[in-house]
Design a protein around this ligand. Sequence first.
Ligand code: NAP
Ligand code: MG
Length: 403
Amino acid sequence: MTKIQMTTPIVEMDGDEMTRILWKMIKDELLLPFIDLKTEYYDLGLVCRNETDDQVTIDSAMAALKYGVAVKCATITPNAARVKEYDLKEMWKSPNATIRAIMDGTVFRAPIIVKGIEPNVKTWKKPITIARHAYGDVYKASEMKIPAAGKCELAYTAEDGTETRELIHDFTGAGIIQGMHNTEKSITSFARSCFRFALDTHQDLWFATKDTISKKYDHTFKDIFQEIFDQEFKTQFEEAGITYFYTLIDDAVARVIKSEGGYIWACKNYDGDVMSDMVATAFGSLAMMTSVLVSPDGKYEYEAAHGTVQRHYYKHLKGEETSTNSVATIFAWTGALRKRGEMDSLPELQKFADDLEAATIETIENGTMTKDLALITSLENVKTVNSEDFIKAIRATLEAKRA
Ligand code: NAP
Ligand code: MG
């Protein structure tokens, strides 16, 4: 069998713990036997991030901008316990936050749908993709506890020194305040990424805020989206036969629950945080959730939505058997390979991505799956397998499909 050729490398960002183990298995079993795989490799494992003072993360993000397509393994975001565990020089920042900031991107999360793992919401037939704005609002807010009576104001000092003030509240007793911000630049990038991704995946785009209550803050989001849509995307949407739809967040929530899915739901930062967990859970499993970071000028970084599955890794280290689900990580690779194929006009590479996804889904639908899915499936006569045997079962399905 001749291997599929590639022209431009994919930026490969390796990671930590159990997902690092799966990463190698996926490459060895599902990719390298079929593709003459070209990647530019960056080791984002915590050991290497520490050794390079996190420069490797920055370099990998720059490479993603250069080549346009990256695939990332889950990585540890250090906390105090990790600083001790890995004897870190510093509590390095979340790699995802660093990459997101450099790529100025928006994260799109979508569930992988298989027969036998039914969504809790019975009307949902197609995936719902959540687009979360990943900058500002409550995540970059300043807060104060107000100890006793007194006046709180917002104050803006322009560069020329002129000051504008707005009363927040005249406290008669103790209380709390919060000041948050966003920037036109970030909201504009968010809007462009959403419209572009809708065109890319041929899905309608929904966007919702609380603009009736927040007449300046949320309304600005609404206005920027509308402006960018009218100026840059309206005709393309019409040609593609897809729509952009704005509504109030309360109305959106009600419509989502009654919908059959198949669209992108763009959310402000907090709404996206909360709603993506709700949608992921209702679709069945975090291990079946894909994630892609898209920059406003169309650069892509694919990954799984879950973490490094630390608990399974410690079992693995003790020599115990694990049954860790590799589906979302496999789909990160197929997403990247398909996009590379699209950009470089390599139909064989795109076809391979389709085949690998189909083989993965078929393997589960035929009853072979990891423990997390076996626990929630409605299928009967299920065979629960370990991490490695699941990947091997997919390989067998894939080989039969491509024979
Ligand atoms: P996690 O890795 O997502 O795992 C939490 C639990 O969810 C697991 O213990 C497991 O449950 C289940 N699970 C998640 N993915 C699974 C899979 N593929 N197959 C089977 N079960 C799966 O979250 P965490 O343990 O809270 O975080 C571990 C590390 O990941 C942390 O250091 C965190 O910083 C990092 N993290 C990274 C990313 C990223 O790189 N994008 C995202 C989130 C977290 P059971 O134990 O019940 O089997
Ligand atoms: Mg959350």
